[in-house]
Design a binder for this molecule. Structure first.
Ligand SMILES: Nc1ncnc2c1ncn2[C@@H]1O[C@H](COP(=O)(O)OP(=O)(O)OP(=O)(O)O)[C@@H](O)[C@H]1O
Length: 213
């Protein structure tokens, strides 16, 4: 399976935000997207996910087979918002997402996913009761309860403490080791060993080996 961006361009409000983006991501590979505020990192992730139209060029998933015929069908998108209902408990939110996304044979049970993000024991609480970092960890658990090979992550560690950052780095490494792919926009090192870096907002935009990790 390969994710291919070819001369990809994205717009916001009818104005070009970026153009000429090119990269190929193979199984097990992480890519970090870096650059100053407003350089288009979030826009790029939303174009890849299919939430915004491709303004020019193309984004495609090759080799996804019947299970993953499109990028959208293959990806989890974790944006700035956690996409959880505040009135539902943490367990109810995760069960909703598992049911909505459809079960696969690689999903973790909700209780195990909560253990993996250090939230074991508080799954019964309404999402509204959780702290900022706990909310982010619950949103990360969503990645585990419904398997998708491609994780699109927008500043995924915002609000996490050091221990949670390290735990999430382990989850990302495990995802890649199992053949997953990650595209993560970030201002912070993510602990993703061997990640290439796509630098946005610079005149010479390049993908460089062994970037921010
Ligand atoms: N809905 C919108 N309409 C018009 N312009 C927008 C819209 N959303 C974002 N933009 C503009 O698009 C540009 C890229 O924004 P984007 O959020 O992709 O940047 P970013 O690199 O993710 O920034 P940050 O590091 O601050 O998160 C910015 O100039 C922003 O003002």
């Amino acid at each position: 399976m390969r994710l291919i961006a070819d001369e990809l361009g994205g717009e916001r409000g009818g104005e070009s935000v970026f153009s000429g983006i090119g990269f190929t991501l193979g199984v097990g590979e992480p890519l970090t997207v870096t650059g100053p505020n407003g350089s288009g990192k979030s826009t790029l992730l939303r174009v890849v996910a299919g939430f915004l139209p491709v303004a020019e060029g193309r984004i495609a998933l090759e080799g996804g087979g019947e299970d993953y015929p499109t990028v959208a069908s293959a990806c989890h998108y974790l944006g700035h918002s956690n996409a959880m209902k505040t009135a539902l408990t943490v367990v109810e939110n995760l069960a909703f997402w598992r049911d909505f996304l459809g079960e696969t044979d690689r999903d973790l049970p909700v209780s195990e996913a909560l253990e993996q993000v250090g939230l074991g024991g508080i799954g019964h609480l309404p999402f509204a009761y959780l702290s900022t970092g706990q909310r982010r960890r619950a949103a990360i658990a969503k990645l585990l309860v419904a398997h998708r090979p491609l994780w699109l992550l927008d500043e995924p560690t915002a609000g996490l403490d050091k221990a949670s950052e390290a735990r999430f780095a382990g989850l990302m490494q495990a995802h890649c080791a199992a053949g997953g792919m990650i595209v993560a926009a970030t201002h912070l090192p993510l602990g993703l060993e061997g990640a290439r870096e796509l630098r946005m907002g610079f005149k010479e935009r390049t993908v460089i080996a062994g970037g921010i990790c």
